[in-house]
Design a protein around this ligand. Structure first.
Ligand SMILES: [Ca+2]
Ligand SMILES: [Ca+2]
Length: 335
């Protein structure tokens, strides 16, 4: 893949193109205490090799055609990579994320140098009269350490998923950890929780009896977030129920990067841990020509009225050079 393309920083122009491609938005990060839903961090769970039906023909067109795929056994983190884990990686390596880098004007011909600034995309609830799709703002100074902008902090959120990571930021962590990012099929198999239905739990209900099984959005997106699941923003990892493999938040909380390039459909016959399209063949109808990869699982911004993507088969395109405050990742170990 092209390093220069991976290295491109976000800009207002990109944000404008990207805003349309994200079917979510929300929540000021909660000023929550550093609650630890898990007691131990860094564990992985085993996913045995399997043949399963990947995709879904009944919800969004990009999830089809459903087709049988084969995935070898692997290990996957039982939770999203946390701020504390990412901080350890940065402390040991001195790594600087894309959102923290000053854009190079040579990468942005035609864009005034004064318009190029480091930062990242933050969900901003729309004000009255604002265009409905305009709920992402490029916030100068926003990055994984300062998720809402320069005056914000991750203090007290050490066990939240790290966010504002571009794809190469996630890959750099995985390389350091001696791991890899999951393929789309690996993620979907793990997220299916040993089931092959629309939902990864019995009964198909997200919130039976008011017990919420994943961190999503309750209320009318993007305006009303009731926080009925007790987390209007990101939650610490592992606050919702574990799935049948013992993994948390594969559905909801933060979207998660995969290795696959995105096309708005699956490729029939691409059955052995499908690689998906080549970079040159990846595209998103709503994206302004930037390379896009698949993110999976949905986030705290996914609401029934807008982004019914807190399902294993759901998928979305994400600009590889752009972090947001609802996209994180986890790693896998292939053996
Ligand atoms: Ca929530
Ligand atoms: Ca997640």
């Amino acid at each position: 893949m092209s390093t220069s393309r991976l290295g491109k920083p976000p800009s207002f122009l990109l944000i404008a193109a990207t805003a349309m491609s994200f079917a979510v938005g929300a929540g000021q990060a909660q000023a929550a205490a550093a609650n630890s839903c898990l007691q131990e961090f860094g564990a992985q769970v085993r996913i045995d090799g399997a043949t399963f039906v990947m995709g879904d023909d009944n919800t969004y067109p990009e999830e089809g055609p459903a087709h049988e795929v084969i995935v070898s056994g692997f290990w996957i983190d039982n939770h999203e990579v946390t701020n504390a884990q990412y901080a350890k990686f940065v402390a040991e390596t001195g790594y600087v994320t894309v959102a923290e880098r000053q854009p190079d004007p040579e990468d942005w011909p035609g864009v005034p140098a004064e318009s190029l600034t480091s930062g990242s995309a933050v969900f901003t609830p729309p004000e009255a009269g604002r265009a409905p799709a305009n709920w992402w703002s490029f916030v100068p100074g926003a990055n994984w350490r300062r998720p809402q902008g320069p005056d914000s902090t991750i203090e007290g959120m050490e066990n939240h998923p790290v966010v504002h990571v571009a794809w190469e930021d996630a890959k750099a962590y995985a390389d350091w950890a001696g791991r890899e990012l999951p393929t789309e099929a690996q993620f979907e198999l793990a997220a299916r929780s040993k089931r092959n239905g629309t939902w990864p739990w019995d009964g198909g209900e997200l919130a039976p009896g008011g017990h919420h099984r994943a961190n999503t959005w309750q209320g009318e997106f993007p305006v009303t977030n009731t926080g009925e699941d007790e987390h209007a923003g990101l939650a610490s990892v592992g606050c919702f129920e574990e799935n049948d493999y013992g993994a948390y938040d594969l559905i909801g909380n933060a979207w998660e990067w995969t290795t696959n390039w995105y096309a708005p459909n699956h490729i029939p016959g691409d059955s052995a841990d499908p690689a998906g399209p080549a970079e040159e063949q990846s595209f998103d109808y709503q994206n302004g020509g930037m390379p896009v990869k698949v993110i999976k699982g949905g986030s705290f911004l996914c609401a029934p009225n807008y982004c019914l993507r807190y399902r294993p088969a759901a998928r979305q395109a994400a600009d590889i050079g752009l972090g947001t405050n609802h996209t994180g990742f986890r790693t896998v170990l292939n053996d």
